[in-house]
Each structure stands twice: as C-alpha cells, then as structure tokens.
Design a protein around this ligand. Structure first.
Ligand code: XMP
Length: 513
C-alpha cells in the first residue's frame, strides 16, 4: 500500500491513539506502532513523518522505553511530544532532569521564534502540560522555540534535521491551537498532501483483509450494533460467502431490532454472506428466571451468549478467522485492568477461548466511534444502523430492574419505542447522547377509567456526554416528556406511571444496573 502516512511511536502515553486520530483529521493516514519497532520496519512503511508519544517514564533511566538513535538519521521529520520530546533530547545529548516545578494542566506557552511548527499560532497560547521531568538544555543544533514560566524548553527544534519537540500535548483539546500545530507538522514540515479520506481506509482495509483471508473461512458474531455491523460489512465486501455471521437474538433487544438486523444482513439484504439468526429468547428468559442481582444477571447473559455462540460455531466447524468489532475505546477499557469493576461490561471479548479459529481480525481497532460511523456511511450501511446510540451487550436485561420476564421485556420495549419515536419527532435524537426507557421494579396504585390499577412505573433516562464516563441529565422539554408519558400509559399495558431520571453520572450511572 503506497499511501501517504505518518506513524506514531507509542512510548506508553495515554493519548497515543488520539494523536493518530488528530493526524487523520488532517486527512493524512496515521497509525500507532510500538516504540521498539525496528528501523527496517519503519523504512518499509515509508512514512512521511513520525510522532513520538508521551509516557510515564523518565527518559534518562536505564529501563525506560527507547528507540534506536538511527531513527533520527533517516531523514524523516519527527515530532516528539512530552516523554517523546525528552527522549529526543536525551538521546541526542541534551539534558533531561526532574523539573523543580512539575506542571499539570493548562499553561501559557510563549512562542519564542518563527518556527514552521508554530506558523499562524498566537505568540502566547494555552497548552496542556503534564510532566514531572523536563528538558533542561536542548541537544546541540537545537534551539528553543517556546517556554512557560516553569518550563524553559516547552518546545525546541532543529529544522535542518526535521526534528521538533513539544513538552506540552498538542493533541488534546485543552491545547487551544494544538490542531494547527499538528497540521503544520504534517503539511509544512512533512510535506503531506492530505488526500486521505475514510473511503481510502475502507478500501484499503477491504483489500488487505481479502489478501490475508485468501480462501479461508471467517466467522463473525453480529450484534446489530454499530461496531459489529461495520466490521461485518467490511468482511462481507472482502470475502463474501466465506463469511458467516451469527446473530444471537437473546430476547433482550429493542423493539423490532432483531428483524431490522435480519433485514440488512439476512438473505433478502444487500450483502451476500451466510447469516444465521439464533432465536434464543426462551433460553435466556429461563436462565434469568428468579435472578434479581444486577451483576449476576450480567454474568448469566454473558455466559449464555457464549454458550449459544459456541453451539453455532461447533456446527460450522473449524474456521480460520474470527472477526471482532473491537474499536479503540474498547482497547483502552480492557487495558485499564486495574481499575475497580463498576459494571462488568459484556461484549464478544470472551469468545476466543470457545471457538476453533486461528486468528482474530479486528478491522476497526484503530478507530474512534465517530470514525466507525463515518466508515459505515462510506460502506452504504443504512443510517439507522450507523447512527444508532450505544446499547449495552446485556441489552434490556439491565433495563428491567430486578427479575427479567418476557412480559416485562415487552413492556420496556414498547415504552422505549414510544420514547425514541417522540425524541426523534422533537428533533432531539442528534443532540442527546443516549436515551431509553427502563422498567423500574416498583408497582404503585393508579386509576384508569374508573378502575384501580396496580402497575409498574417506567423511568425515562436521557443524558448528554462526550465520553460516557461522566454524563449530565439532558434537558428534554416538558411537553415532550408529557407527550411520552401520555402515550406510554395509554398504549403500554401494565404501566401506570412514568418518571424522569434527573441524575447525572456520577453519582448515577447511565444504565440502571
Ligand atoms: P454506565 O451504565 O456504566 O454506561 O454509565 C456507560 C455506557 O456503557 C454502556 N454499557 C455497556 N456497553 N456492554 C456494553 O457494550 C455492557 O455491558 C454495558 N453496560 C453499560 C451504557 O449503555 C453507556 O453507553
């Protein structure tokens, strides 16, 4: 593949994929590689530029991640960020030390001289700092191009060798002019043309998967969510009938969702693949019968899902590849193994142990959610699938509080469908990040006609969030809520009360269980 690209060398920082994403936003293809890849491998990739990420270590210590000094002699422009800048300084003979004052947060950087990296950047500009070490003196041949009150070398360069470094993080949004700096690096310094688009990613991915799979057999667990749908379509385009998609309907999907998925991927849909729908509703309801504890419900649903999938996989026999719709945020989440389990997230991550396959294919591993949606649109996947809001793996199982029964699932499906319809009618579906109905475990007395009722209360939830780690309750106009309430109590049997959940996250979570 001879496309223009910039590579990011990962030295253990938290923002490595974010850097790649920012470069892709400049229409230059970018991917992340471990810091220890060889100079030979880099040469083969023929990048127009290299970016070193940050990282938690001290560049001058023996065991810290490093790279070959030869990289600096390849004639490829390099931008070092944070640890990456310190490593560049250290390897080229500058001095790096523990800073007398470590900086964390926004800092004003004064730009000191004309630099290509800072073309059209303000003389005083707010940047995001996060460091305990700093560069005390730059290596020979470098000069300082930016400082803060606490950091004498906030940025340095040696333009003759194409080497640039910033102590701050241009990739995070708190650095006001960071995107300008990165685009200066890729355009002005690396000389990129910027002709990459998501369609080239899609095309290249299809091409390379088709090459890799050859005449092999591929299996994909399809949930109907955005990620697995986009992954499945990429595979379908790459290998057609060699792909089998197994869609487990666990009876905990939203109203009509199973049929919608089948309409797209099944025999009457546009893709020529093998599609197996397993209607496993009864099995799941049976397993969940009498169970009320949320974590236990999640575990049962996750395990049963694997059992069903495993049975199907056995029927298919050995396959060569298993497709997973892993996207970049999943990679970070599963990497955070040490943090406390608030909820055990269920997705297909547990499958590999149970299926006879040789290799995993994860075509979306590098992408962020909105990039996945963009890829889905390029692939011509219907908008209602591509722009679908997040839906948890255990589905309505965790939106029916307490014991799950078929009747309760039906109630929450109907209430949720009304809520979604009215949110869309009010034009709020693009601004609210996630919204759904959950069936509370509370029954209360009401009156319908002249009759006493003793029915369930449904809770409406709507949140705005960018990262789903924290969220605010969305400000849904009262008339919309009232309309939803009216329709639900009139149209859904078994519900006589509707409440709106005002909690933010924290202290609440987005889902109820
Ligand atoms: P919470 O409830 O933890 O949810 O605030 C944050 C986001 O994650 C989704 N969620 C899940 N997604 N498997 C998933 O794939 C799960 O088990 C799961 N549980 C919660 C939730 O819908 C929200 O978007």
């Amino acid at each position: 593949m001879n496309q223009e690209k910039v590579i990011v060398l990962d030295f253990g920082g938290q923002y490595n994929q974010l850097i790649a994403r920012r470069v892709r936003e400049c229409n230059v293809y970018c991917e992340v590689h471990p810091h220890y890849i060889s100079v030979e491998e880099i040469r083969k990739m023929n990048p127009k530029g290299i970016i070193f990420t940050g990282g938690p270590n001290s560049a001058y210590l023996e065991d810290s991640p490093t790279c070959s000094k030869e990289i600096f002699e390849m004639g490829i422009p390099i931008l070092g960020i944070c640890y990456g800048s310190q490593l560049m300084a250290h390897l080229l003979g500058g001095s790096v030390k523990t800073a007398p004052i470590s900086e964390y947060g926004k800092a004003e950087v004064t730009i000191e001289s004309e630099s290509e990296l800072f073309a059209a950047v303000s003389k005083n500009t707010v940047c995001w700092m996060s460091h305990t070490d700093y560069i005390e003196t730059p290596p020979q041949g470098f000069h300082i191009i930016g400082h803060t009150s606490a950091c004498p070398v906030a940025a340095m360069e040696c333009p003759k060798r194409g080497l640039y470094a910033t102590q701050f993080h241009p990739e995070v949004m708190h650095t006001a002019e960071g995107q300008k700096m990165l685009s200066n690096f890729v355009y002005r310094i690396c000389g990129c043309k910027g002709d990459w688009q998501m369609d080239s990613f899609v095309e290249n991915t299809i091409e390379s998967i088709s090459e890799k799979v050859g005449s092999g057999k591929v299996l994909c667990a399809l949930s109907g969510g955005v990620d697995s749908s986009v992954a499945a379509v990429i595979l379908a385009k790459a290998v057609g009938k060699q792909l089998t998609c197994v869609f487990v309907d666990h009876g905990l999907l939203r109203k009509n969702e199973g049929n919608e998925v089948e309409a797209v991927f099944g025999p009457n849909g546009p893709y020529n693949l093998n599609f197996i729908r397993v209607n496993a509703q009864e099995r799941f309801y049976q397993k969940l019968s009498g169970v009320t504890e949320p974590e236990e419900k999640r575990k049962i649903i996750g395990e049963e899902f694997i059992r069903v999938f495993e049975e199907e996989a056995k029927k298919i026999g050995a396959v060569d590849f298993l497709v997973q719709g892993t996207i970049y945020p999943d990679v970070i989440e599963s990497g955070l193994g040490k943090s406390a389990t608030i909820k055990s997230h269920h997705n297909v991550g547990g499958l590999p142990d149970y299926v006879d396959f040789k290799e995993i294919i994860e075509p979306l591993r590098l992408l962020f959610k909105d990039e996945v949606r963009q890829a889905g649109r390029e692939l011509g996947i219907p908008e209602y699938l591509v722009s679908r809001q997040p839906f948890p793996g255990p589905g309505l199982g965790i939106r029916v509080i307490g014991e799950v029964t078929a009747e309760k699932v039906k109630m929450v499906q109907d209430a949720d469908a009304i809520y979604r319809e009215e949110i869309a009618n009010a034009g709020l579906d693009k601004t609210v990040s996630q919204y759904f109905a959950a069936l509370t475990n509370m029954r209360s007395v009401g009156v319908m006609g002249d009759e006493r009722t003793y029915d369930y209360a449904v809770a409406l939830r709507a949140v705005t969030t960018t990262d789903f780690m924290t969220a605010e309750c969305a400000d849904i106009p009262f008339e919309v809520l009232q309309k939803v309430m009216n329709r639900i109590v009139n149209e859904v049997k078994g519900i006589n009360r509707v409440v709106y959940d005002l909690s933010s996250k924290p202290p609440g979570t987005i889902e109820f269980e």
